[in-house]
Design a protein around this ligand. Structure first.
Ligand code: ADP
Ligand code: TRP
Length: 321
């Protein structure tokens, strides 16, 4: 199965990103043909600081590799290193009905959050469709918020196939409904827009501050509590070994769970969990030239896959004379 997904190089990665998106991609690398990329062209719709975007794009690629994405076992690149995608986006934009884009919630939400209403922001889903269709992706792992964008990609593919003959595979979304949303410090969905995150690569001091800030209720220690309704427990269970988790669950159910103690334990588990990734990240950050080489090689592989599709599209629409 050809699996493809992109990540935005914006903000620091948190454990919600890891469990919701990065880990499933890393796991799927073993048995699929995986295409993964950092979407710097998409980030341009909200970041207008060149040196920051460049640093964040490289940083996001490093973090992803440090967490286990192996560029030898998948195709991994930076979106803008494959210029074919912008050509396809333009061609697709000429058959995309305006109404399709006008209906997109994400555009409206972003404007409501204060992002400037540019043409790029409006046509964001067309570039995303080009990302997916250019590589003939069959499955696209995404969060719920991207579901509508995937439907737009499918609509555009269908329209093109009807107008010019069968060209694009219709991509299927892969939304892992089994995976609960990782709660943030305050119990809402963990999200950088809510400022309630536990960053994966925070230093020990910051990590402690965040873990201690996890909101818990004020019922007495001896009272029984429902672990599944407790924010702290729902984060703890992502990191604790099975036997310790069972003990803590018992403390909740029978009384005796001390939040402060559980937080300190969580801190230790968290720190250990990402220890190997931290070490790999340091190594990669010390060798940016090597990372750039890996990414450029990835882009070459991606272009090899993209070129036959784009050639076909050019021929079909009449850009070959
Ligand atoms: P944020 O909400 O912090 O801005 P993004 O929207 O950039 O995160 O999400 C990037 C990826 O991480 C998406 O695939 C999204 O589904 C996933 N993700 C983000 N937050 C969570 C969470 N709290 N639980 C599970 N997955 C998440
Ligand atoms: N829009 C996606 C997001 O914000 C990122 C993205 C861009 C993407 N192109 C993609 C995701 C192609 C999957 C496939 O998270």
């Amino acid at each position: 199965m050809r699996v493809l997904s992109g990540i935005q190089p914006s903000g620091r990665l948190h454990i919600g990103n890891y469990f919701g998106m990065m880990r499933p991609m890393i796991v799927s690398m073993m048995e699929n043909e995986l295409y993964a990329f950092v979407v710097d062209l998409h980030a341009l719709t909200s970041v207008h600081d060149g040196s920051r975007l460049a640093a964040d794009s490289l940083g996001a690629a490093i973090d992803f590799m440090a967490l286990g994405l192996d560029p030898e076992r998948c195709v991994f690149w930076i979106q803008s290193d494959v210029p074919e995608v912008t050509e396809l986006a333009w061609i697709l934009s000429t058959i995309t009905p305006l109404g399709l884009l006008e209906r997109c919630h994400s555009y409206k939400d972003k404007i409501a959050r204060g992002i400037a209403a540019s043409h790029g922001l409006f046509s964001y889903p067309v570039l995303m469709a080009a990302d997916i269709l250019l590589y003939q992706a069959e499955r696209v792992p995404i969060g719920n918020d991207q579901k509508q964008h995937l439907e737009v990609a499918r609509d555009i593919a269908n329209k093109f196939n009807h107008a010019f003959g069968h060209t694009f595979v219709l991509p299927e979304p892969a939304i892992d409904t089994g995976l609960a949303v990782v709660p943030g410090l305050d119990g809402q969905k963990m999200s950088k827009s809510y400022g309630n995150t536990i960053p994966i690569f925070a230093d020990e001091k910051e990590l402690k501050k965040q873990v201690m800030a996890i909101v818990t209720d004020s019922t007495p220690v001896a009272d029984p509590k429902d672990p599944d309704k407790c924010n702290l427990y729902n984060i703890f269970k992502l990191f604790a070994p099975a036997d310790r988790l069972a003990d803590v669950r018992n403390l909740y159910v029978n009384g005796g769970a001390m939040y402060g103690k559980i937080k300190l334990e969580l801190l230790e588990f968290l720190w250990d969990y990402f220890r190997p990734a931290r070490a790999r990240r340091e190594q990669l950050r010390a060798n940016p030239t090597q990372v750039r080489d890996i990414l450029r090689r990835g882009a070459l592989k991606a272009r090899e896959k993209a070129t036959p599709t784009l050639n076909r599209v050019r021929e079909q629409v009449g850009l070959k004379y």
